[in-house]
Write a protein that binds this ligand. Structure first.
Ligand code: ZN
Ligand code: ZN
Length: 308
């Protein structure tokens, strides 16, 4: 939880989604998901080239690190300070993951930390009970069900700092354009490099739709799986857990127990052997002088938050 969130009387919810946003959520959540399901049988013996794979991996990292380093560790938790060009680039990269504009994402996520696994948390798997049926329902809600709810988290309450940042407000408005770009750019590159409409189409399918869908599920897994199963070596006041199988795909975000125990820490994989590519990228930005005041973990801090 950051100090910027006031505990004042502002309500949790600022209103209901308009029709265009509701339709947008359905289209851009379900269309990539449908592509992902279609991709499984199509992957064998159908148009998947090495170029498609390379483009998909590139855009997966580009948009995924935009979310983990930009949306999450910088904008939500302030685990480092970025110079203006880096801040803008990270906001654009994160927008290209098609997970909502930055201010909406940050407001929802700060609310998640404020009420973690209690009433008010927008996506806890523990709100329905602990019976098998309740947990199945909770898993669905935490993973993607919550996306289809109509209430909008109050941005004035949870993200006043970003609402006051003109660069971020501008990028926030560009979200529809950046959503289009993240799907069209792979098609454009694929089409130009193969000089064919087919090459454009397969790149659009794999590096556009399927890549967005896989990244969606990885991010949502942090909300569902990482609040249900895994190890809890640190003391957090919720059910957040470290789930190692997702460490690489999630760019280090699945070390979620440490994250909830110490939300502003720039590195989530703090223990030996815990790969955290987001932290490595922040380290690089620090070396280049683009990132400052990085909140790296210290032995004293880790000792303080370790589960006794
Ligand atoms: Zn969490
Ligand atoms: Zn967080």
């Amino acid at each position: 939880m950051t100090a910027t969130v006031s505990a004042g009387p502002k309500p949790l919810i600022e209103g209901q989604r308009n029709l265009a946003t509701r339709i947008g959520v359905y289209v851009f959540v379900l269309l990539p998901f449908a592509a992902l399901i279609a991709a499984v049988p199509l992957a064998w013996g159908w148009g998947l080239t090495w170029l498609d794979v390379a483009l998909a991996v590139f855009f997966f990292y580009f948009s995924g690190l935009g979310v983990t380093v930009g949306y999450h560790r910088l904008f939500t938790h302030g685990s480092f300070k970025a110079n203006r060009p880096l801040k803008i680039v990270l906001a654009v990269m994160g927008s290209m993951a098609v997970q909502s504009p930055p201010i909406t994402w940050v407001a929802d996520h700060r609310r998640h930390h404020a009420f973690s696994d209690r009433d008010g948390d927008p996506h806890s798997p523990w709100l329905f009970g602990t019976s098998p049926v309740a947990l199945a329902k909770g898993f669905w809600h935490a993973h993607m069900g919550w996306l289809f709810e109509h209430s909008v988290t109050n941005k004035q309450r949870f993200a006043p700092d970003l609402l006051a940042d003109r660069d971020i407000v501008r990028i926030n408005k560009l979200f529809p354009l950046l959503t289009g770009l993240t799907l069209i750019l792979p098609a454009l590159i694929g089409g130009l490099l193969t000089w064919s409409w087919w090459g454009a189409f397969t790149a659009f399918f794999w590096a556009g739709l399927v890549r967005v869908a896989i990244l969606h599920h990885v991010t949502w897994s942090t909300n569902s799986i990482c609040h249900m199963i895994g190890e809890r070596p640190f003391a957090s006041r919720d059910k957040a857990a470290n789930f190692w199988p997702l460490a690489i795909l999630s760019f280090g975000e699945s070390w979620h127990n440490l994250h909830h125990a110490d939300p502003t820490c720039a590195r989530h994989g703090v223990l030996k052997g815990q790969i955290d590519t987001s932290a490595r990228l922040i380290w690089l930005f620090e070396k280049f002088g683009w990132a400052t005041d990085v909140r790296w973990p210290t032995p004293q801090r880790l000792e303080k938050i370790s589960a006794k």
